[in-house]
Design a protein around this ligand. Structure first.
Ligand code: AMP
Ligand code: ZN
Length: 499
């Protein structure tokens, strides 16, 4: 079966074949660990996970890398402003590395909650400074760089193919254009490979000696002259992805992923600096996920519309419902987040799990044995084989998850294949989707706290007086807390987590 992916480089669907037979190498841009990752970031990571699982389903061995950015990502894409990690450190009164480790842990915990398989390698930028310096020195030798008073820059005019990914001409590049007037950049699109710890970065805590690669422990020990002489500084954001991807996957690898926001600057720059250094094609396929939006617009801290996996859990919603919610829309389309839509994904997930449980019967261990001992392909009937083929062709067609989900539900809810086939197909498809469909649905009863007990007593009184408006009002208050009230026949009010 042919696999087709939409390659951002060239902007069309192309037949995918890995460089090495049966083995696919993937690099995905990971999180900048300076604050809690939000569900928009997780759309990108769920997408990368889907890609990996799909390729494994289709018979490939996958080697994947996701970087952890713990130094060098400035608040502005135009190489100015504070480092996000240092900003986080100032906000919380702890060191930048303590910030990085704290939010890296949150990120890793969330990966687990979302059933995202850990990439083969998860390298940290701060632990690959030597590789980054080496790459910059290579570029210096080949004449692609120049120095300004605040850093070492890549000269984009020297790289012939600059702009190929985004389709922008160099003179149209917006990035950096506004600061170009006052900066010493030769071209607006030029970008920092290394920033010196001077000027607005004078107090940067994470600094390394560019000549020796050694990290500096005390910022007070260096004078500006010393700093300039030893080029004491820190890497620009883009160079880490080139250095680490090539270290783990080689000079040319199969697939690079990230959100669409990375196309015009970050990924364009990754291509330029990597190919300039190696004279080889950097990446064969560039796959980009569209944005998760809220109210049709961008999520942002200032608007207060950022949500985390914790927020989802606090509403009693299974984090895997967010996975299902993402798969309901193709990864190259914008996806608007609402709590209503997520809650209906949660119900859809429950329905699937309920149905699966019914089909499996009570004794799961026994059924597991039956499934385990049967090779997947053997003795599947014609219709079951067709379902499997349809599912494979849906994911081979640029990861068409809405279609894959429809096929899964047909298998789950439909008739015409045996229960054993249903069970085997669903388990197999779930290896791609990672929805834990064989997990039983447990209704979680809540022990009401004092305040909730008071509200329940008020509601009971209101109902006795047939004041249903008040009763509904109280029900709505519980709904806001992610809870629902069930009225038992005995008259008792049972509080449960809301579906
Ligand atoms: P960052 O931590 O900002 O470097 O982002 C990590 C990944 O999340 C990148 O691949 C971004 O492109 C992606 N990303 C950020 N915001 C969103 C969003 N709202 N929807 C989808 N992907 C996003
Ligand atoms: Zn990157």
């Amino acid at each position: 079966m042919l696999i087709r992916f939409f390659n951002s480089l060239g902007r069309k669907k192309e037949v995918f074949e890995p460089l090495e037979k049966d083995r696919v190498k993937i690099y995905s841009c990971g999180p900048t660990v300076y604050a809690s990752p939000h569900i928009g970031n997780f759309r990108a990571f769920i997408f990368a996970d889907l890609l990996r699982r799909s390729l494994e389903f289709l018979g490939f061995t996958v080697e994947s890398v996701m970087n952890i950015t713990d130094v060098g990502h400035l608040v502005s894409d135009s190489d100015s402003g504070e480092d996000k990690l240092e900003k986080g450190a100032a906000r919380e009164g702890i060191s930048p590395l303590a910030i990085a480790r704290k939010y890296e842990k949150e990120f890793l915990d969330d990966l687990e909650k979302l059933n995202i398989e850990k990439p083969t390698y998860l390298p940290r930028a701060s632990e690959h400074i030597a590789e980054q310096i080496e790459l910059i020195k290579k570029l210096e030798k080949k004449g692609f760089t120049y120095e300004t008073s605040d850093g070492i820059y890549f000269d984009t005019s020297k790289f012939e193919n600059y702009g190929a990914l985004s389709g922008q001409k160099i003179e149209d590049k917006e990035a950096g254009a506004r600061v170009a007037v006052k900066s010493e950049k030769r071209n607006p699109a030029d970008f920092a490979l290394w920033k010196f710890c001077v000027g607005e970065n004078e107090n940067h805590i994470l600094c390394w000696n560019f000549e020796t690669g050694k990290q500096l422990s005390d910022k007070n020990l260096r004078s500006e002259t010393e700093t300039r002489k030893a080029k004491i500084g820190f890497p620009g954001w883009h160079i880490e992805c080139s250095a680490m991807s090539m270290k783990y996957l080689g000079a040319t690898f199969d697939i690079h992923t990230g959100g669409v926001d990375h196309i015009p600057v970050h990924h364009e720059n990754e291509i330029a600096q990597s190919e300039a250094a190696t004279d080889q094609r950097f990446v064969n396929f560039w796959l980009h996920n569209e944005f998760l939006t809220i109210d049709g617009g961008k999520m942002s801290k200032s608007l207060g519309n950022l949500f985390t996996i914790e927020d989802i859990k606090a509403k009693g919603i299974d984090p895997l419902a967010f996975r299902l919610f993402c798969f309901g829309t193709h990864y190259r389309q914008k996806l608007n987040f609402t709590w209503e839509a997520l809650s209906s994904a949660n119900n859809r997930l429950k329905r699937m799990r309920n149905d699966f449980a019914k089909k499996i019967g009570a004794d799961t261990s026994q059924i597991f044995e039956i499934t385990k001992n049967k090779s997947f392909e053997t003795d599947l009937g014609n219709l079951a084989r067709t379902y499997k083929l349809d599912f494979s062709s849906a994911i081979s067609d640029d990861l068409n998850t809405p279609r894959a989900l429809a096929i899964l539900e047909e298998v789950l809810f439909g008739e015409g294949i045996s229960q054993d086939e249903q069970r085997r197909l669903v388990r197999e498809f779930d290896k791609v989707l990672g929805l834990n469909l064989d997990q039983p649905v447990v209704e979680e009863k809540i022990e009401p706290n004092q305040e909730q007990q008071k509200l329940l007593a008020e509601r009971a009184a209101a109902r006795a007086e047939k004041d249903f408006a008040k009763s509904d009002e109280i029900r709505a208050k519980f709904a806001e807390m992610g809870l629902e009230i069930e009225d038992a026949k005995s008259g008792k009010q049972i509080v449960k987590k809301k579906n």
